[in-house]
Write a protein that binds this ligand. Sequence first.
Ligand code: PNW
Length: 498
Amino acid sequence: MSWRGDNTTTKGASSVSTTPVFDQDTSNDIVAFPKGFLFGSATSSYQVEGAAHEDGRGMTVWDTFCYQGGHVLNNDTGDVACDHYHLFERDVQLMKQLGLQGYRFSIAWTRILPSGYYNKEQGVNQAGIDFYNRLIDTLIEHNIDPWITLFHWDLPQQLEDDVGGWLDPSGIVVDAFANYSRICFEAFGDRVQHWITLNEPWTVAVHGYNDGIKAPGRNSNGATETYIVAHNQLLAHAKAATIFKQEFSKTQGGFIGISNSADYRYPLDPNSPDDIQAAERAMLFQFGWFMDPVIFGDYPDVMRQRLGSRLPVFTPEQQEQLQGSCDFLGINTYSSALTTKPKKEPEWGGYWADMFVTTQNDPSWKKNSMGWAIVPDATRELLLWIRERYGNPLLYITENGTAEDDHDVETAQHDEIRRSFFEGHLRACAEAIDAGVRLAGYFAWSLMDNFEWEYGYQRRFGICYVDFETQVRTPKSSALWYSETIATNGGNIARKRQ
Ligand code: PNW
């Protein structure tokens, strides 16, 4: 099978191939992932770094949101978090011990550009560049492939104050992101092969501007703001990806993509045309909203039909920039639901009313400590759905994981629910690959317990337990199991559930 990227020369952690070979032997009872399949784990800057006011880092909307009080459980903040900024060397050691092949982390925009903008007087904050250089070099020394996310929600506060952040109608925020991205490609692109422009623009738009539960906490005008914020993020992605392709990838190699939220929706009644349509509409309102533009150059038809003029319009030039802007697609997937068509049109406006879907869980599904249903098979269905709609693109699962109540280190070391979550989801991935899906890697969310946004430190997604008093990390049983999965290439996963 031929893969985009077949001709790449791999730099950085060179033992990690970017060229998976799909020659699956499905006669075996045990799962085997394709040669070159990448197993990693992920974090993000605001959730793990801490050192919030050190070495010139500028304020972000998440600092502000936490300091305002009342938004985050216990009014927790990311001021210290996992202190990864100071402890990264130990953390890389931990990754090495677990045998991780890739580490997906995000760059804090305001460590590089404290105000968010580039200008000659202020220049670039060298201390920020130095930190990520040390992190990248340490990863490469340990043969762990660095995957960079450029934006994982910590927008510079100055941009929020000056132009309204992602609501900015003038294009300043888009240009600022493009300039910041260029600085990163230039500084780190000699060693970094995989770039993710944005993490879950869906969550920023919907949780930040429709539901008001994440920074900047707006919810009064979701019916329009949500779509403007999504639009500007897509334009920012397109501009950064264009810069990458025009100015960098030809000479320094590398690949660029975007990580989108994608949770599979089943029709409640598989024989009901209304339910089938509701499921499709839900997928297009979440995933298609961001994926259709980067593949086809425009939003899904169903969104245009339901929103009319509230859905912003791309110019032909923007469409051209967007279409084909990704070398690979990053999938962040956590849960699933059964969908049906609501009995009547909602009286209130906003994103969820626009989607017009009622969801429920199957009674047999277990729930995690976030209340999210655990549905491993939905990941296989999701991957097959993506293959059908988008013509079998190159995929990476850039996040998948679960939060459990591991509130002390002993409990955490017996996290059987999380272990079996990973087993089920990785089996589903293997099944999709057997069916021809081009899935080339998987990142467990998260390497360690961290600042879980509005839930503060009360929800733990880590495969390693973090004692936030002492900053000691302890691998949970899921981490040890995952480590064995990596070492045996899936050899501890039976093809069929026992
Ligand atoms: C992702 N949902 O967010 C983020 O990328 C991570 O930073 C975060 O820690 C992780 O998942 C766990 O929450 C999500 O509404 C936000 O289903 C919202 C949803 C899922 C994931």
